[in-house]
Design a protein around this ligand. Structure first.
Ligand code: ATP
Ligand code: MG
Length: 430
């Protein structure tokens, strides 16, 4: 069934009224519209789609400007050359005048909401997440740069990957640059690569990360924490889509879409002079803000379900089927400073701890149980209290050692065999 939603549409035409009549007749609701013929538009990212009349003067430049921000549908009198040119310049589609209801309907069908529950592994049905999904879909339809902001653990990398997977670039590489992991001394060699013989030890020509991403997407993670040198180096590449390898003599051209993520307030760091304003504006063409988990608590149950399914297979001795209502309540009352990552961690840990097919409050970390009711944690026997404490210590050592048993034993100051016995005793799966 064809389900129509409301759209923010920008119509640029002398005949905008006719276009609106068509939208009206096929049941498209306009949340916001503009038929502005002005040369410049502000806040273009707040629109979902633009209809651009290419029978008007200067349409080429307008199209080039618009397509940076949103999908553009060109329309005009039958003229094959112009139609082809509009597509070459980046229009998503061309429609012939007079516009036909069925064709306009087909265009909007491409922009319909897909089922809300999941988009490329992202869970959440809250209104807030719906907005995030809209941003993802919109970004996937363009080649514009994207800035993803949000607290740690909110899913910024997940969103960046989703944009890539839904875009035309999906079959090309998605390259992650963990910006803070590259020291300034290695910056150029990592980003741009080097030519054979450019320095002692350069026995071969090495491609840099930017070149690896050619045709695909480059994800700058933690962009808010990079050095001034890093900022200068990438600004040029983002502006010009070209760079020179170390020791190279000519520019290497690349076709890359840039996505950057940060948990910092970049505008603030710009004002403080820490982050380059020109780089900020280059990256912030489409902005996706992922709000913290505490402001979309209705997503928590679906996330819990997903994480139980994901991690329950690690328990070979019991089949974990779910979680008690009381444990869900406890989690709903928590503020999750570490956001979705923290929730996943808590569930993974509870699955390792529990002795029953259902996760109970007792399987949650002590700091959560305190919130719920201090009495409960104190009500067991001394043996239980000691066991629980020991389990907590073991768990945190395993987290620190990333599951490496020898290292965890070292952290705990016990022998590896001793730790293995305890893991068995407490049925902690690693
Ligand atoms: N909405 C979601 N649905 C399912 N899983 C999610 C969701 N959001 C985050 N996650 C999971 O939480 C973990 C953290 O996500 P991710 O690494 O994308 O966060 P981040 O914002 O990049 O964090 P950081 O700022 O610490 O790098 C991942 O395991 C990811 O799969
Ligand atoms: Mg991340």
């Amino acid at each position: 069934m064809f389900y129509l939603k409301s759209f923010n549409i920008l119509v640029i035409s002398d005949e905008a009224k006719k276009v609106y009549d068509i939208f009206d007749s096929i049941g498209i609701t306009l949340r916001k519209s503009s038929s502005s013929k002005k040369q410049t538009f502000s806040n273009l990212s707040s629109y979902d789609i633009a209809f651009l009349d290419i029978d008007a003067e200067g349409w080429e430049n307008r199209l080039i400007e618009l397509k940076q921000h949103l999908p553009v549908i060109a329309f005009g009198k039958p003229d094959i050359n112009k139609a082809v040119k509009s597509m070459k310049l980046g229009a998503r589609d061309f429609l012939q005048k007079p516009l036909k209801n069925t064709e306009v309907k087909e265009i909007f069908a491409q922009f319909q909401d897909k089922p809300k529950i999941e988009i490329e592994g992202i869970i959440g049905t809250s209104r807030i997440m719906e907005n995030v999904y809209c941003g993802i879909r919109k970004a996937a339809l363009t080649d514009s740069n994207v800035l993803i902001t949000g607290e740690s653990g909110t899913g910024k990398e997940l969103v960046a990957r989703a944009i890539h997977k839904l875009s035309d670039r999906k079959n090309k590489p998605f390259v992650v640059i963990n910006c803070t992991a590259i020291p300034d001394t290695l910056l150029e060699s990592e980003l741009f690569g080097f030519e054979k013989g450019s320095f002692t030890g350069a026995n071969y020509t090495k491609k840099g990360l930017i070149e690896w991403a050619d045709g695909g997407t480059l994800f700058f993670d933690e962009i808010g924490d990079v050095s001034p040198l890093f900022q200068t180096k990438i600004l040029r590449v983002i502006q010009e889509s070209e760079f020179i390898r170390i020791g190279g003599t000519s520019y290497v051209k690349v076709d890359v879409r840039f996505i950057a993520a940060t948990n910092r307030d970049l505008l603030k760091t710009c004002k403080e002079g820490i982050f380059r304003e020109d780089l900020f504006y280059r990256l912030n063409v489409i902005h996706i803000e992922i709000p913290p988990l505490r402001s979309r608590k209705e997503d928590i149950p679906a996330l819990i379900d997903t994480f139980i399914k994901k991690h329950s297979l690690k328990r070979k001795d019991i089949q974990i089927r779910g979680i008690t209502d009381e444990a869900i309540d406890t989690l709903m009352n928590y503020s999750f400073p570490g956001n979705v990552r923290e929730l996943e961690n808590i569930i993974e840990r509870a699955i390792a701890f529990t002795n029953s097919p259902e996760i109970t409050v007792k399987d949650l970390p002590a700091y959560l149980q305190k919130n719920q009711s201090a009495k409960k944690t104190l009500s067991g026997t001394l043996r239980e209290a000691v066991d629980n404490f020991e389990k907590e210590l073991i768990w945190s050592a395993l987290q620190k050692s990333r599951g490496n048993i020898s290292k965890a034993a070292e952290i705990l100051g016990i022998h590896r065999q001793q730790l293995q016995r305890k893991l068995k005793q407490y049925k902690i799966a690693t």
